[in-house]
Write a protein that binds this ligand. Structure first.
Ligand code: C5J
Length: 230
């Protein structure tokens, strides 16, 4: 019941019931998109992400805000100041970067502590800042359903379909899509509104998502096309 948007997705077109569709923006934070953040501390070149995915994200946000959809969700990977919600493996395990580049440390003065809630670098980039009435979901892990209230939030709003964008494609975005898929949500990944530090991993994720008849969900190439269909 209500308007349904038909979108030219792969592996087949999807019908999005707007009243039960949410836009989920994953981790559009300075920690992943800006120099001096957590992504940079991990040794990545972070300089190409913004141009690749933020124009697309802006189009999705504009369309969603004009409709409206069932919800606009913004996740952020964030830890408490005392880091009590950060498991030892993530904080100081053998695959962590050198001590001065770990979660809770300061890499660049203006960014504050890496991946710590409330630090300037942990905040959203300007283009993807949440507005009043939109929902912010802090998360300690990669998947947005792990140790958060996201499932309950979506269920309470009657959400069945998710439009997914964010960074990074093969880490937090893919993990969240797989979690969502297991919980019965239909997901549409928007290719020009997501980015990875490793381009071949973005391409592989898109292929994986829509392979085997859409084992994890649907993909659409351009945010503009999806926005027009809404
Ligand atoms: C990562 C994320 N890459 N948001 N987080 O550690 O994808």
């Amino acid at each position: 019941e209500g308007p349904i948007a038909k979108v030219n997705t792969l592996p087949k077109p999807v019908s999005l019931p707007l009243k039960s569709t949410a836009l989920v923006c994953i981790d559009f934070q300075k920690d992943f998109l800006d120099v001096g953040g957590f992504g940079h501390a991990l040794g990545n070149d972070v300089t190409k992400l913004a141009d690749e995915c933020l124009p697309g994200a802006a189009k999705l946000l504009e369309a969603a805000r004009n409709l409206p959809l069932a919800a606009i969700i913004h996740t952020k990977e964030a830890h408490l100041e005392d880091l009590s919600d950060c498991c030892e493996m993530k904080l100081s395990g053998p695959r962590c970067p050198p001590e001065d580049k770990r979660i809770g440390k300061v890499l660049a003065e203006g960014m504050g502590r890496l991946l710590v809630d409330g630090s300037p670098g942990n905040d959203f980039v300007d283009v993807a800042k949440p507005r009043d009435g939109e929902i912010v979901v802090p998360k300690p892990g990669k998947g947005a359903f792990f140790l958060t209230g996201l499932n309950e939030i979506l269920r309470a709003k009657g959400v069945s379909h998710l439009i997914v964008c964010g960074v990074t494609t093969e880490v937090c975005v893919q993990t969240t899509m797989r979690e969502a898929n297991d919980r019965g949500y239909e997901c549409v990944l928007v290719e020009d509104a997501t980015a990875s530090y490793i381009p071949k991993f973005k391409a592989a994720t898109i292929e994986m998502v829509r392979s085997q008849g859409g084992i994890v969900g649907y993909t659409v190439e351009k945010a503009e096309d999806l926005a027009r269909a809404l």
